[in-house]
Ligand binder design. Structure first.
Ligand SMILES: Cc1cc2nc3c(=O)[nH]c(=O)nc-3n(C[C@H](O)[C@H](O)[C@H](O)COP(=O)(O)OP(=O)(O)OC[C@H]3O[C@@H](n4cnc5c(N)ncnc54)[C@H](O)[C@@H]3O)c2cc1C
Length: 385
């Protein structure tokens, strides 16, 4: 390929890279987008199962939600969204509880019938009872915020599974607050001004964003495969991991990872009973259940009766996993030590490849929701003007 015809190379066809490519192409720039995966949309990728019509979220449930009108106006140029509002019950001892903790969660757990004021006083008294003034770790912090029972039932086991260690080994800083609502509101994204699921899925959005004569898309291609062939002055937006790019010279930037186990279930059989509950996601609070979440993607398609009414359901169990070099990097571990390592990598990159700009959640070593990835990409393009 003659790479000299491009003005810009974007590595990564996730929402960040796709937004940069789309905006730059609109300005008349010739953009090459490469991604090592065989599909676009990065971790948000979803595709439709042909037999059942179920939209499968390949890397776990993705719900679009944002408080930004700018992001919403931008993304709705490429898709319509349904009006799905996300709620996530948490399962404990076979029973479902609203999560984040609300008035109903508290009354169900304690077998009470408190009103908002009573519940607020009650939780404050429970927290006080523990007598923890200066929490030394995650566990003490959790108990000091909501009391022992709420913490142990809903926070402790889930977090220990997520981090694969005892809550006593985790820093108190990870847990700045535990949201408790003294109302019946069970919306997961309470402050989202806009939310929904794209009616044709996430893969189709990004395909549409990249459908521009100024954009060339090269899938199943890792950056290292083309790096040496690019003209030396080529501007590169790199939405991958900086430690990988620099051959782990300073060490590995730590992440938590995930493993997904999927199966097709028939809702008319006992194995399908969970899916029949009708929730898109259920959190699993108990220690004896090794996975943290169960996903039933069909329940995002709230206006597709032909999908909802058929007996087949695609069920996915999400297991937290240790991250190994070269594996799937999902959640950065943003403590002071790792931030410092990241900063050193950024300096090294500036020295060695001044034409490479880091982008996207991997490049930034940050957890970003999709709307944040899009907003940051829009701002990046504006900064070039
Ligand atoms: C389990 C999970 C659930 C989530 N749920 C939600 C949700 O409900 N709502 C929400 O808003 N957000 C959610 N997110 C966050 C969402 O996935 C991210 O915001 C979004 O994917 C960020 O887009 P990005 O372009 O920055 O990165 P990515 O989507 O990760 O895209 C980066 C792309 O770069 C490619 N790449 C990396 N390195 C190279 C290389 N060297 N060569 C070639 N290609 C490379 C990768 O293959 C990838 O396709 C979730 C994330 C996870 C992990």
């Amino acid at each position: 390929m003659d790479y000299s015809k491009f003005d810009l190379v974007v590595v990564g066809a996730g929402f960040y890279g796709a937004t940069v490519a789309e905006r730059m192409a609109k300005k008349g720039k010739k953009v090459l987008v490469v991604d090592r995966r065989d599909h676009v949309a990065g971790n948000a990728y979803s595709y439709r199962d042909k037999k059942t019509g179920i939209e499968i979220h390949k890397y776990g449930s993705h719900i679009f939600h944002t408080e930004s009108d700018e992001v919403w106006d931008y993304i709705t140029q490429f898709t319509e969204f349904n009006d799905y509002i996300h709620t996530v019950p948490t399962r404990h001892d076979g029973k479902l509880y609203p999560m984040p903790i609300n008035l109903d969660t508290i009354n169900l757990l304690y077998g009470t019938n408190m009103d908002a004021e009573e519940a607020e006083k009650f939780v404050a008294a429970e927290a006080e009872k523990a007598g923890i003034k200066n929490p030394k770790n995650f566990e003490e912090k959790g108990i000091s915020l909501v009391g022992e029972k709420l913490y142990t039932t809903f926070i402790k086991n889930y977090s220990e599974k997520q981090w694969s260690t005892s809550a006593e080994n985790l820093s108190a800083d990870i847990l700045s607050r535990i949201p408790v609502r003294y109302s019946h509101d069970d919306r997961y994204f309470m402050t989202a001004k806009h939310q929904g699921i794209p009616v044709d899925g996430y893969g189709k959005i990004v395909e549409k964003m990249l459908d521009n004569e100024n954009i060339t898309l090269k899938l199943s291609t890792s950056f290292v495969e083309i790096m040496d062939e690019l003209p030396i002055e080529m501007q590169i937006i790199y939405c991958g991991q900086v430690d990988e790019l620099l051959d782990y010279e300073l060490g590995v930037l730590p992440y938590r990872s995930l493993r997904f186990e999927a199966e097709w279930v028939d809702e008319t059989t006992p194995e399908g009973a969970d899916s029949k509950l009708g929730h898109a996601v259920i959190n699993e609070a108990d220690a004896d259940v090794a996975y943290t979440r169960t996903h039933f993607y069909k329940y995002y398609q709230i206006h597709e009766p032909e999908v909802l009414s058929q007996p087949k359901s695609y069920t996915v169990r999400e297991y937290p996993a240790d991250f190994v070099r070269g594996g799937e990097a999902y959640y950065p571990i943003n403590n002071a030590e790792n931030e410092n390592l990241y900063a050193q990598y950024v300096e090294l990159l500036k020295d060695r490849y001044p034409n490479i700009t880091l982008g996207g959640r991997l490049g930034a070593y940050r957890y970003w929701d999709m709307d944040v990835a899009i907003l940051n990409a829009l701002n990046f393009v504006k900064s070039l003007e």
